[in-house]
Design a protein around this ligand. Structure first.
Ligand SMILES: Nc1nc2c(ncn2[C@@H]2O[C@H](COP(=O)(O)OP(=O)(O)OP(=O)(O)O)[C@@H](O)[C@H]2O)c(=O)[nH]1
Ligand SMILES: [Mg+2]
Length: 196
């Protein structure tokens, strides 16, 4: 069984760039806006058991929104991205949370991600903390798809996958002793077939 990670947020916040950094360890200054939705896969190993993870990279542009609606269903985790250098993308987070609550049909874990940490931050940590406290967001991570090592991005996907695996093994357990290995074949296993 595959586990589904949905990546959402305004157009241009860097959703595709984060996935490219994680899957291929690459960063490009020009990235074509996603059309509809794109699909990637990687495998992780937790305590000797293999899990398949699907990453669904959605288009932030409004004109594709109807196409992405169905992909909220059965998502195990949602990565909601905003751009630390773009206040508007932060102001839209409540809109995206509304999309999750109306379109997803299960209890999914919501990871708020402030991307472009390498640029000037136009949103304060206090504003972010206040939002996280008042909403259904489970965790906040600050990352940069443009960082040369991309370690923060790997850590983000590692955390997301870890939580999904732990929930799958035992929905109520939160064992801190579980050791997750992202398969080195994550890159090889990439299935970048596009959908829609
Ligand atoms: N400086 C900097 N630029 C970034 C970062 N992440 C993405 N970008 C740039 O931001 C622009 C948009 O990135 P995308 O990955 O296409 O954004 P997206 O969220 O997938 O956009 P849509 O597909 O239209 O929804 C590109 O020019 C990227 O190079 C980052 O961490 N730092
Ligand atoms: Mg994109």
């Amino acid at each position: 069984m595959s586990h589904k990670i949905l990546v959402i947020g305004d157009s241009g916040v860097g959703k595709t760039s984060l996935i490219q950094r994680f899957i291929n360890d690459e960063f490009h200054t020009y990235v074509q806006g996603t059309i509809g939705i794109e699909f990637h896969m990687f495998k992780v190993n937790l305590n000797g058991k293999e899990y398949k993870m699907q990453i669904w990279d959605t288009a932030g542009q409004e004109r594709y929104r109807a196409m992405t609606t169905g992909y909220y269903r059965n998502a195990h985790a949602v990565i909601l991205v905003f751009d630390l250098n773009n206040a508007e993308s932060f102001n839209h987070i409540r809109f995206w949370l509304g999309e999750i609550s109306t379109k997803s049909n299960r209890d999914c874990t919501i990871f708020l991600v402030g991307n472009k940490a390498d640029l000037l931050h136009k949103i304060t940590r206090k504003q972010i903390n206040q939002l996280v406290e008042k909403t259904t967001i489970n965790q906040y991570h600050e990352v940069s798809a443009n960082s040369s090592r991309g370690t923060d991005v790997k850590k983000l996907f590692n955390t997301v996958a870890n939580l999904i695996c732990i929930n799958a093994e035992s929905p109520k357990s939160n064992s801190p002793n579980s050791s997750l290995e992202i398969s080195p074949s994550a890159k090889v296993e990439l299935d970048s077939s596009k959908c829609c």
